[in-house]
Design a protein around this ligand. Structure first.
Ligand code: ADP
Length: 851
């Protein structure tokens, strides 16, 4: 079936398509920007506008078709075909306005959207009431669907891409994109229409009259209405976009201002502004907060009144100069804070220029640099103090230097006291800028010397080792410290305001204290000053300690050196003594050698003497025996009768011969003993038994002289360690002497006693005794107390000498006690041997019985 399109309506449909496309892009941006209900409103309104735009383009396009047959439309179906694009538009606006919309969204929704638009077309065709059947060329139909999907994809992508782009460029892109998309949509429609083929039916068209839409004049009505609607939507969106942009601008401006204000306030305490002439024309809230001043107190140029009097002129001059030169003004001054304290402020003001270059106003900021300044000065002070400390080891000089340094930087007054062992505190420094005041204080101290004790200040610090600070010295404290009215008046004169006392502590020992006082300057100490003072005291204490240690070390070194010198001297002396000793030793050795040689010579002589004596004795004995033999022959009367006189002579010859023989025997014996030639047969000797045996030998002599003789026997088991024969020889000798030197009728007693180690045998007589001065001599050989007397008794003077030598050779001794005319007691000592067993007597008795 032939047919053609009304050209003007086709153009109208394309225009509608372009508008629709533009409206879609504009509305997508609005939906994205809006929130909450506004968003919903934009979404609904937008989808209706865009949906109707799409439908209208399609419907006008349909109406443009003139098939040459009567054409009518089913109203419900037409309405239905309008619903489809509205829903599709709603979906599209929703998905593109979502936060995370992106290429994924395009991929996901391009196809459904394209199909929806194609669906709208199909439904639209279904509304057509025409006496013909419609068939489609498949290829064109698919091309149309493809165009719909492609156009949808482009629409989605552009909407997402430019939904937040309010820039000129964005809008230009939209302006270009809209016609392209519009043409695409229209292209799809007309491609689809081209795909449709109408075959006329015979007979009448059966259409219910009420359901049929007459098309006369309808197309233009729809076209105009749609364009109006789209124009309205676009206009609305433009208005919304502009108002939003303005709000955002204002907001950004406000934020930026806030930001800058915060920024300035973060570094400065005060921000202010003045008019072009530099007058404070409006209230300055930060200035008020900081200084506590009212607007009237600082308006115009009155703000200078808040400055420290010394700084006003300088600040005003600087400010005037800046106003004149219209350049930045930087000035530091002390500003009175609301609490009355002057704070050092670093300020900076700059002119704000208008585009023409005229100054519109001045703005400024001030930063409180008091703390910073203090910190810097403290650091500088400590550095300087450190330099002073390390400059000398004379710490008192150093401390005075530091006290000078502290005034007036750290204090109006500075004093240093040192603790002297056993003597309390000694003030080593008092400093003030005014020497007259120092004098005043020294005199005051002299008159009223400070006394230990007290709850505050120096003495407390010395006592506790803890610092003491008083920011404001109360008047009551001064009054309490005063001794009398005059003292009080004098202290008050000093005007002490605030003080710090810090101990000088090194190695946990308090060495003294530093006192810092503020007076006429009106300054007050705070925690920072206390920290600084402690730091200073710490360094000072270390310096003192080091210096003292150094001096101590020096002293110790000197002492050591002295000791070393002394030691050296002593060593030299010792060496000398040693040399002398060695010389003496050598001498001694020499003498010993000499003595040894002498002894050897003596031994030799002794041996010669013994040999001589032995030979001589032997030679003498032979003629003596001959004398005895011949005398006996004469006595026997072999050569004739012997008369009495002859007999008496012969007896004398024989007695002298016997005496001579005894003498010779004694001499021989003694010589043997002296020469060490006697053999001793040492054994355990029962003492009692042995002494009893000697008794028998002496018996005849005792009875001849009618002496009273007694032997006091002892324990028969006691034994001595001795040569029995020699022991008996000694005892016999002692008894013979007792008999010899005791007048007839005298008393002779023999007795003994034993202790653990020794046995003492005593022979006592009541004889004539021995004179005291002769006692030591009687043991010497050939010594007789009274030779004339003894000669008759046939003594030789060897008996006691032999006896003592024998006793000593048997580890015993022989001693004597005697008084002339009273008697003598000789004591023989011998070592004791083991006792005989108790039954030892029995075999002896048996033996006697056998005998
Ligand atoms: P002698 O008896 O052969 O003279 P002694 O050596 O035995 O030599 O004695 C030395 C001297 O000691 C004696 O001459 C005597 O003078 C004195 N003497 C010794 N025993 C006694 C005694 N019991 N009483 C007094 N004098 C004594």
């Amino acid at each position: 079936m032939p047919g053609h399109h009304d050209a003007t309506l086709v153009v109208a449909s394309i225009v509608i398509a372009v508008f629709t496309a533009y409206a879609l892009l504009a509305l997508a941006a609005r939906v994205t920007a809006a929130h909450g209900r506004m968003r919903l409103a934009w979404l609904l309104g937008g989808s209706v506008a865009v949906g109707l735009g799409l439908w209208s383009m399609h419907f006008v396009g349909m109406l443009a078709l003139e098939a040459g047959v009567p054409m009518a439309y089913s109203v419900p179906t037409v309405l239905l075909s309008a619903l489809v694009p509205i829903l599709a538009s709603a979906l599209a606006l929703y998905v593109v306005s979502r936060e995370h919309a992106g290429n994924r969204t395009v991929v996901l929704f391009a196809l459904p959207m394209g199909l929806a638009i194609a669906g709208m077309h199909v439904v639209g065709m279904m509304a057509l009431r025409i006496p013909a059947t419609i068939s489609y060329a498949k290829a064109l139909l698919f091309a149309a669907i493809g165009i719909a999907v492609g156009a949808s994809a482009a629409a989605l992508w552009l909407s997402i891409r430019y939904r937040r782009d309010d820039s000129e460029r964005g809008r230009r892109v939209q302006l270009v994109a809209a016609p392209v998309m519009g043409f695409a949509i229209a292209g799809m429609h007309y491609t689809a229409m081209a795909a449709a083929h109408f075959t006329p039916l015979r007979g009448q068209m059966r259409v219910a009259p009420e359901a049929v839409l007459r098309t006369d004049g309808l197309a233009w009505g729809v076209a105009v209405a749609t364009l109006l609607l789209l124009a309205l939507a676009v206009f609305g969106s433009v208005v919304d976009r502009r108002s939003r942009a303005r709000t955002a601008e204002t907001e950004a401006l406000r934020r930026s201002e806030d930001r800058f204000r915060s920024l300035v306030l973060a570094t400065a305490q005060i921000v202010w502004s003045t008019d072009a002439e530099g007058q404070v024309a409006q209230p300055q809230p930060e200035w008020e907060t900081f200084t506590g001043a009212d607007f009237d107190d600082y308006r115009g140029w009155k703000w200078l009144g808040c400055l420290h009097p010394d700084d006003r002129d300088r600040a005003a001059a600087e400010w005037r100069a800046a106003l004149e030169s219209r350049t930045m003004c930087e000035v530091e001054y002390r500003l009175r804070r609301h609490d009355g304290e002057y704070r050092t402020m670093s300020t900076r003001s700059v002119p704000v220029l208008e585009p023409g270059g005229r100054v519109r106003e001045w703005v400024g900021a001030a930063t409180d640099i008091t703390e910073h300044e203090k910190e810097e000065r403290a650091t500088a002070f400590l550095a300087e103090a450190g330099r002073v400390f390390s400059s000398s080891l004379e710490y008192e000089t150093t401390l005075r230097a530091v006290a000078r340094l502290a005034v007036p930087e750290l204090a109006d007054w500075c004093a240093v006291d040192l603790l002297v062992e056993g003597a309390g505190l000694r003030r080593v420094a008092v400093e003030h800028q005014d020497p007259a005041k120092v004098d005043f204080v020294l005199r005051l101290e002299e008159r009223y010397p400070s006394v230990p004790g007290g709850e505050h200040g120096l003495h407390r610090v010395i006592r506790t080792g803890q610092p003491d600070m008083m920011a404001d010295i109360p008047a009551a404290l001064v009054d309490a410290a005063a001794r009398d009215d005059e003292h009080r008046a004098l202290i008050r004169q000093l005007g002490l305001r605030s003080y710090i006392v810090v101990p000088l502590v090194a190695r946990e020992k308090t060495l003294g204290a530093i006192t810092l006082v503020h007076a006429e300057s009106g300054r007050r100490y705070d925690e920072r000053d206390l920290r600084l003072a402690r730091e200073l005291a710490g360094r000072a204490a270390v310096a003192i300690d080091n210096a003292r240690l150094y001096h101590e070390t020096e002293e110790a070194r000197a002492q050591l050196e002295q000791q070393a010198a002394e030691l050296q001297e002593a060593q030299a002396e010792q060496e000398m003594a040693h040399d002398e000793l060695q010389r003496a030793n050598e001498e001694l050795l020499q003498r010993t050698q000499e003595a040894e040689r002498a002894r050897a010579a003596a031994d030799e002589a002794n041996a010669a003497k013994s040999a001589f004596l032995a030979t001589m004795s032997h030679e003498l004995r032979t003629p003596l025996n001959a004398i005895a033999g011949y005398a006996q022959l004469l006595e026997m009367g072999i050569h004739g009768e012997v008369n009495d006189t002859q007999c008496e002579y012969l007896d004398k010859i024989r007695r002298n011969q016997t005496h001579l023989l005894g003498l010779i025997n004694d001499v021989l014996n003694f010589a043997k003993i002296e020469a060490g030639q006697v053999q001793y047969d040492i054994g355990d000797v029962p003492l009692d038994e042995s002494l009893a045996a000697v008794e028998a030998l002496i018996e005849p002599q005792v009875s001849a002289r009618r002496h009273h003789y007694t032997y006091r026997r002892g324990d028969p088991r006691v034994q001595v360690r001795a040569d029995r024969d020699r022991m008996e020889q000694i005892v016999l000798n002692l008894l013979s002497n007792a008999v010899k030197f005791t007048s007839p009728g005298g008393r002779i007693v023999m007795e003994w006693e034993a202790d653990e180690r020794q046995v003492r045998v005593r022979v006592r007589d009541t004889g004539r005794g021995i004179p005291q001065e002769k006692l030591p001599a009687i043991f010497e050989p050939f010594v007789q107390v009274d030779p004339a007397l003894t000669r008759s008794s046939e003594g030789t003077g060897l008996g006691l000498a032999i006896s003592r030598d024998l006793a000593r050779a048997m580890k015993g001794d022989l001693t004597v006690e005697s008084r002339e005319g009273v008697g003598s007691t000789f004591v023989l000592t011998l070592p004791r041997a083991r006792d005989l067993p108790a039954s030892a007597r029995e075999p002896e008795q048996q033996e006697q019985r056998v005998a």
